[in-house]
Design a protein around this ligand. Structure first.
Ligand code: APR
Length: 231
């Protein structure tokens, strides 16, 4: 059995990392993404963009995985023990899945704890604040290794290959507002794959899902994983 799981900001909400949309202090209600999360914004005011991602990086370093991240790591190990496979694709740029024990996590929107050289493209680990004077070894300027609006998501060939092979599609903690991730459920349905949504509230594409469970990820994900491993 090949299980494909897509996660979004909601799975990290209870770890204290912000979500972008929905009720409460969502990031894109407080900040204009067009001023902070586009290549044009970075060209216009790199220091402002660095400040935004530096604050999020420091928040992430102080955060911890929650029960939902831990449950997905348990699911990966449990499926492997019985010869089944889990592909974990995340829209999140945090490393909480990895810190909870998940392996092979596919970060389609990049990673906050990495920086990329705008000149040579080299990707470096990055746990410190970035600034306009943060140099790459090639002396080029470093930017967050994050996919901004208008840029192509990463690992799409690998993601579509895993979708093609999936027997079950599960979306966790995502509003279904941003493509191409929001379209993965339709790809799965077109192949007759059962689709499940685990979220705090119905997402924008809730109607595409066969099974829908609502509540905090730290509660509904562990109980879903127990069902999966018990089945
Ligand atoms: N448990 C489960 N779900 C939650 C929780 C929680 N504790 N808290 C919030 N949610 C849900 C919200 O109801 C919402 O539907 O998580 C979802 C988060 O949606 P978004 O904030 O839109 O995050 P996401 O879907 O990951 O956004 C996709 O948009 O801005 C870009 O690049 C950014 O990767 C991001 C992409």
């Amino acid at each position: 059995m090949n299980v494909f799981v897509l996660t979004g900001a909601g799975i990290s909400a209870e770890s204290g990392l912000g979500v972008f949309r929905g009720p409460g202090a969502a990031l894109w209600k407080r900040y204009d993404p067009m001023q902070l999360a586009t290549p044009e914004a970075f060209a216009r005011d790199p220091a402002l963009v660095h400040d935004f991602y530096n604050a999020r990086r420091n928040n992430l370093i102080a955060a911890s995985p929650n029960a939902a991240h831990v449950a997905l790591a348990r699911l990966e190990a449990g499926l492997a023990q019985r010869g089944d496979d889990l592909t974990l694709v995340t829209q999140n740029i945090d490393d909480l899945h990895e810190r909870a024990g998940s392996t092979g996590v596919i970060h389609m929107h990049g990673e906050l704890l990495k920086a990329r050289c705008a000149s040579c493209g080299a990707v470096h680990d990055c746990r410190d604040d970035l600034s306009t004077s943060s140099p790459c070894d090639c002396a080029g300027a470093l930017r967050p290794h994050v996919v901004w609006f208008g840029e192509a998501p990463l690992y799409m060939d690998e993601i579509y290959a895993a979708l093609e092979a999936a027997d079950l599609f599960v979306a966790i903690g995502t509003s279904g507002a941003v493509y191409p991730a929001a379209g993965f459920v339709r790809e799965a349905r077109a192949k007759g794959v059962r689709c499940c949504e685990l979220n705090l509230e119905p997402s924008e594409n809730a109607a595409e899902f066969d099974d829908r469970r609502y509540g905090p990820a730290s509660e509904i994900v562990p109980s879903w994983v127990e069902e999966m491993l018990g089945s």
